[in-house]
Design a protein around this ligand. Structure first.
Ligand SMILES: *Cc1c(COP(=O)(O)O)cnc(C)c1O
Length: 426
């Protein structure tokens, strides 16, 4: 037994499924999780001494790679001054100023996770509009708060069914589900629920059903529909924020949201989330306004130090995004070629540095097509790559994340591993 298997056995005795977040358990790919011990740049190392090229990057936060010197130094310096005060600190102000400057939001509130950011933004949207219904898209993930654990139920016009036990049906019933990349499905829901929809929330690039970019005009259509029906548009930029561009998807696709949620990259690897928007909306939040939201560790100085150090580098070196996009394109084209030559039906979707290989013949533009993927093939793909030193998502419905530390040579190493894996799959 490997050390990872031993640890997993011990973990399962004292933690549900042996993990603190479900996908990590690697159940859908029929293996056990590799327990990671250390990292550097684009590489991670497990407790058995195996080295991997990391295509997960902690699920997105580490856009500069692991253990980037500037981030590490900033964190160590902050630790020396104290781990937490529960009081205002200078770094929070710098963080808020930088986020506003980079993204165009006028005010921002820091929280501790993407889940919390979304939950708080939804409360604000409901408080500000006096409406209670929400529209989300099937296959979009917005964290695990009650009202967001809903996908398409028995039809687009009916209230959602919860995906999780423990979510009251009444709560899920206020969450309506539309089809991603289908603005007409949103219009139908808005028309069927006049004056009742507080907000439409969307991942501007869907990245939790695998990567599904928005069709041209889709996000703009949502903006117009929200204006027409008096609903707020919430872009959940927990993945896309600071990844597609300094200004996230808002800048990349030229669409302006009423509220935006951030997470992942904003914390540089520490647990951080944030939500922001116009001054008028954000002034509805306590202590200025009636929408209550608080957090003992929110704006934590060590977390702020990590996030700020990373954001400053992204702010000062916009060339990073062009490079990520270029490497993403090389990987996408290389993979497409490999599958084409092998005659294996696959779609390689990409938005900037986010990619997913779907094992299906159909172009994947939404949830239904994503679900048509051959999960048995994905399992072979995952395990083939892992055994060749490529660490990628243990689920068909997740993204590969490129980071600034990936070299051109490593992209070629990934492609070589992919070629061998695909040969075994034939
Ligand atoms: C990861 C994610 C979340 C939840 O963030 P956590 O920090 O895991 O709570 C919310 N929305 C999107 C789009 C995400 O990818």
């Amino acid at each position: 037994m490997t050390r990872s298997e031993q640890l997993f056995e011990a973990a399962q005795k004292v933690m549900p499924g042996g993990v603190n977040s479900p996908v990590r358990a690697c159940r859908s790919v029929g293996t056990y999780p590799r327990f990671l011990q250390k990292s550097k740049g684009s590489r991670v190392y497990d407790v058995d001494g195996n080295e991997y090229i990391d295509l997960i990057g902690s699920w997105g936060p580490l856009i500069l790679g692991h253990c980037r010197r500037e981030v590490e130094d900033a964190v160590l310096a902050a630790v020396k001054d104290g781990l937490s005060f529960g009081a205002p600190t200078p770094s929070e102000v710098e963080m808020a100023e930088l986020v506003c400057q980079m993204t165009g939001v006028e005010m921002v509130r820091m929280v501790n996770s993407g889940t919390e950011a979304v939950m708080s933004a939804l409360r604000l949207a409901r408080g500000a509009t006096g409406r209670s219904k929400l529209i989300k898209f099937a296959g979009c993930y917005h964290g695990h708060s009650d009202s967001m654990l809903v996908k398409a139920g028995s039809g687009l016009m009916t209230g959602g069914q919860p995906d999780s036990a423990g979510v009251p049906a009444e709560m899920a019933g206020d969450t309506l589900t539309a089809a991603y990349n289908d603005a007409a499905s949103v219009r139908r829901l808005l028309e069927a629920n006049p004056g009742q929809v507080a907000a439409v929330i969307v991942e501007p690039v869907a990245a939790n059903m695998g990567v599904v970019p928005p069709k041209p005009g889709f996000l703009q259509a949502l903006r117009e529909l929200c204006d027409e029906f008096g609903a707020l548009l919430i872009l959940d930029e927990v993945i896309t924020g600071f990844r597609l561009a300094r200004g996230g998807a808002q800048a990349y696709y030229g669409v302006k949201a009423d509220l935006v949620t951030y997470g992942k990259i904003i914390g540089g690897g520490m647990p951080v989330g944030a939500y922001g928007g116009s001054r008028k909306l954000m002034e509805q939040v306590a202590p200025l306004g009636p929408v209550y939201q608080a957090g003992t560790l929110s704006g934590n100085p060590v977390a702020m130090a990590a996030g700020l150090a990373q954001l400053r580098i992204l702010q000062n070196d916009p060339q990073i995004y062009a490079e990520l996009d270029r490497k993403g394109e090389v990987l996408q084209n290389g993979l497409r070629e490999i599958f084409r030559e092998a005659g294996i039906p696959a779609q390689v979707n990409r938005a900037g540095s986010l990619l997913t290989v779907f094992f299906t013949e159909e172009p994947v533009t939404g949830y239904a097509q994503a679900r048509s993927s051959d999960l048995e093939r994905y399992k072979q793909w995952y395990n083939g790559l892992l055994s060749r030193g490529i660490y990628t998502a243990p689920s068909q419905f997740e993204a590969m994340f490129l980071c600034a530390a990936h070299t051109d040579q490593e992209i070629q190493t990934i492609l070589a591993a992919a070629r061998e894996t695909v040969r075994d799959m034939q």
